[in-house]
Design a binder for this molecule. Structure first.
Ligand code: PBG
Length: 324
């Protein structure tokens, strides 16, 4: 390796064009999946207090927004639902007329080229707010698998192009794969939230999706933030069970794991730039403390540089408008 003065790294930083020519990582609208929160009613647009610019939308409003995405180059959306009523088993999650299923049919009608990803998890639908069936204060693994599998089939039948389980029960990818295959849905891929951590960064999402656990927390199923090797085991297990894409979530405090996933696995790696990561940037920008556009592009470039192929981000629409 040549050193100074033969090597002067500033030579390639002299002009905009030169810098662009040697840039190693670039963002494009096609890298993004935009999440939405869909709610019952008509004409509903309720802004989430802790997530400026993010709304709970009724299906009609959602469809209006999704129609604009192909023009912006954003290929995919991720749907979360706010049910009319919650109960211990989260019934609306796997009702064919549940709110997310209605939204899926409407989107596939209005904007057929948009890829619809269905988040599969019970926490928005259960009255206790946990991601599975609860008995004696415990979140039960195996009885939950049956409901997640049913939810996946119902979503795929409503038009979901991709099924994304976020519950963190053991064995759910295999259970969902089997159920889809048995229902002639073998072509529907699974994007597994494989390395999903029990994170404080989900705080604002729980307001948006009204999914705060009513007792305890999610540490008995979501991962301990301290564990990187275990994250690789989670991913390996999901791959073995039939995952088509793998995910690391949250993104920013886990960039090392995005990198490790990229190096250890050849499946597409998805990173979830979660609600708390979004809200911190928004709050600081609203205070005039940071330059929002610059910071957002820097964060997302960092996630991509770490190894993500796709990024789920609430900033996606802004980014698509900012990119040249
Ligand atoms: C449902 C789910 C959550 C998120 C995505 N799916 C919340 C949680 O696990 O508590 C978080 C997304 C975000 O914070 O943006 N289990």
């Amino acid at each position: 390796m040549s050193v100074f003065p033969a090597s002067r790294l500033r030579r390639l930083r002299r002009t905009d064009t030169l810098r662009a020519m040697v840039r190693e990582t670039s963002l494009a609208p096609g890298d993004f999946i935009l999440p939405f929160f869909v709610t019952h009613g008509r004409g509903v647009r309720d802004e989430v207090r802790s997530m400026p610019g993010v709304f709970q939308l009724s299906v009609d409003e959602l469809v209006r927004e999704v129609r604009e995405l192909p023009g912006l180059g954003i290929p995919a959306v991720l749907l979360f639902g706010l049910p009319a009523a919650k109960d211990p088993h989260g019934r609306e999650a796997y009702d064919k007329d549940g709110i997310v299923q209605q939204a899926m049919r409407a989107i596939k009608d209005a904007s057929p080229e948009t890829i619809v990803v269905g988040d599969v998890c019970l926490c928005e639908y259960t009255d206790h707010g946990h991601c599975g069936v609860v008995e004696n204060g415990q979140v039960l693994n195996d009885p939950t698998l049956e409901l997640l599998a049913q939810m996946s089939v119902v979503q795929a039948q409503a038009g979901a192009d991709v099924i994304a389980p976020s519950d963190m029960m053991d064995g759910r990818v295999g259970a969902i794969r089997r159920a889809l295959d048995e229902h002639q849905l073998a072509d529907v891929p699974i994007m597994a939230y494989s390395a999903k951590f029990a994170s404080g960064f989900y705080g604002p999402f729980r307001e948006a999706a009204d999914s705060t656990p009513q007792f305890g927390d999610r540490r008995s199923y979501q991962m301990d933030p301290a564990n990187g090797r275990e994250a690789m085991r989670e991913i390996a297990q999901d791959v073995a069970e039939g995952a088509d894409m793998i995910m690391v979530k949250p993104a920013l405090a886990y960039l090392d794991l995005i990198r490790r996933a990229r190096e250890a696995f050849d499946l597409p790696v998805v990173a979830y730039n979660v609600s708390g990561e979004y809200s911190m940037v928004k709050a600081a920008a609203q205070n005039g403390w940071i330059d929002e556009q610059r910071i957002v592009l820097e964060i997302l470039t960092g996630i991509k540089r770490a190894g993500a192929d796709l990024i789920i981000s609430y900033h996606a629409r802004d980014v698509a408008k900012w990119l040249p």
